[in-house]
Design a protein around this ligand. Structure first.
Ligand code: GBH
Length: 483
């Protein structure tokens, strides 16, 4: 058959997109076809994310008391340059403008976190009306702008009072109080918020907070205690899942935002894929696997012996409570190859020349956005996966013309979106993407020295300036496609 311009356009799908057909060479040209490049379904959720201690500031306003991060950041040598979140990017006061920034980007959702020490300054007991009122205002502003609020209940800012009184995450008291706090927030916000995440990234406040000591509260405890901390954390998640559903004023969806080890096969052949699948389940045994299966698996725990945590069968039922969705925070790949040993897999360390972004740990491997959702479906049958964080640091500089040309971040985002699209187009259950982060903010131990935003923040004046990546994201959202 001789392919006319019109049939070619139809074959290429251009007609279905409403592009001009037969009106000129445009319809059949490569340029026109490129408009279809990785087009996402209309229902795909485009969002951005931040966390309370990283953006809010107003650390002692309206009744908020310190979190473990306020304490930790004040200890010499903990945070780069002695930075703290006292002011951060002042979103506590500037949220109306920040919501307008989101609106101009076209994001459909905003994932923020609630600061526990604003709502319960002492961790439990007396609720602080002014604290919860802030989140009501924020949520109302988002809804007025047509942006759906997604609330995370814990992004590491544990009330210092609980660390002092109960030993923080070493104690089941803290898990119990977390459930109560989660129920309280759900009761107050569920008329307007439909999606709740219990906990953000288990390893960062358990292993790093109580094991390596590189995050608050900065302790270096022996393995047995760290294992107990891990257990209290997943138990808190489970208690919160139940508490949120019980307290909600209408049906809400509950999930988690976890950063599992993201296992990528060294090549896409069956033995390596099967190895990566086994590794995904095994290497995430204490957290993701425990939450999705309601039991502890994994060679580590079996080998723990006297260092194993104390728990009851009832705990495990709570920990494994049904979730409506699973959020994955995706930054770096862990490469896996098939291996003849008993586990059937081996982790392949990054060669020293392996490329990373401006943070040394942030190795570049966009396939994580494909393998994350696929593993969740294949291993655990999860039917709704969201990428709850993805983004990178960059050495952003203001150019003489006042712009920030963060082409490295655009490169990072583009390649990850291609892989997200691959997951969606193959039918893996990926429904949304939250870019980390809306704007530069307090990057934990790196203070303000590492920038992850698509808006540049002048930390002196609090001015927000869209980077090239903000323009990029706006265009991608507008076209629902990789640009
Ligand atoms: C996320 O954590 C957080 O949820 C978010 O708050 C944060 O701003 C964002 O990522 C960017 O970092 O330096 O070798 O000790 C990402 C997972 C795990 C990445 C711990 C840094 C420390 C590695 N983080 N990791 S190292």
């Amino acid at each position: 058959m001789r392919t006319t311009r019109r049939t070619f356009a139809t074959l290429s799908g251009a007609a279905a997109l409403g592009l001009t057909t037969g009106a000129g060479p445009a319809a059949a040209s490569p340029a026109a076809r490129s408009k279809e490049y990785c087009r996402f379904p209309d229902s795909f959720l485009w969002g951005s994310a931040t966390a309370s201690y990283q953006v809010e500031g107003a650390a002692s306003e309206d009744g908020r008391k310190p979190s473990v991060w306020d304490t930790y950041a004040r200890q010499p040598g903990r945070v780069a340059m002695g930075h703290t979140g006292d002011v951060a990017v002042d979103q506590y006061h500037r949220y109306p403008q920040d919501v307008q920034l989101m609106k101009s980007l076209g994001v459909k959702t905003y994932r923020f976190s609630v600061a526990w020490p604003r709502v319960f300054p002492d961790g439990s007991g007396h609720a602080n009306e002014k604290g919860i009122a802030y989140y009501e205002r924020l949520v109302d502003a988002l809804l007025a702008a047509g942006i759906e609020p997604y609330a995370t209940l814990f992004h590491w800012d544990l009330p210092q009072a609980l660390e002092d009184r109960a030993g923080g995450w070493r104690s089941r008291e803290t898990s119990k109080y977390f459930g109560e706090y989660a129920g309280f927030v759900a009761r107050r916000l569920s008329d307007r918020v439909s999606h709740f995440f219990t906990i953000n990234e288990f390893s960062c406040f358990t292993d790093e907070g109580y094991g390596s000591g590189t995050k608050a509260p900065g302790l270096k405890l022996p393995a047995r205690q760290v294992n107990q901390v891990r257990h209290c954390a997943v138990l808190a998640h489970g208690l919160a899942v139940g508490a949120i559903r019980a307290a909600a004023r209408r049906p809400v969806l509950v999930g988690i935002a976890e950063n599992p080890t993201l296992c990528v096969p060294v090549m896409e052949t069956e033995p390596h894929i099967a190895a990566a699948r086994r590794a995904m389940r095994e290497l995430n045994a204490p957290f993701l696997t425990a939450v999705l299966e309601g039991r502890y698996t994994g060679a580590d725990l079996e080998a723990a012996g006297k260092d194993a945590p104390e728990f009851t069968p009832e705990d495990m039922k709570t920990i494994g409570g049904r979730l409506d969705f699973v959020g994955l925070n995706c930054y770096s790949p862990t490469h896996i190859r098939a291996d003849a040993g008993p586990s059937g897999f081996a982790v392949v360390p990054h060669p020293s020349s392996y490329p990373h972004m401006a943070s040394g740990w942030l190795y570049f491997g966009p396939e994580i956005l494909y393998w994350g959702p696929r593993h969740l479906k294949e291993i655990w049958g999860v039917s709704n996966v969201m990428i709850t964080e993805n983004g990178c640091s960059a050495d952003d500089q203001l150019a003489p013309d006042g712009h920030v040309y963060d082409t490295d971040r655009v490169m990072y985002l583009r390649n990850h979106l291609v892989q997200a699209h691959r997951a969606v187009s193959e039918g893996w259950p990926l429904t949304g993407y939250f870019l980390w982060s809306l704007m530069d903010n307090f990057e934990w131990g790196d203070g303000y020295t590492k920038r992850f935003g698509i808006y540049y923040v002048n930390f002196e004046t609090q001015e927000r300036i869209p980077k090239l990546s903000a323009e990029y994201y706006r265009e991608a959202i507008r076209r629902r496609a990789v640009v």
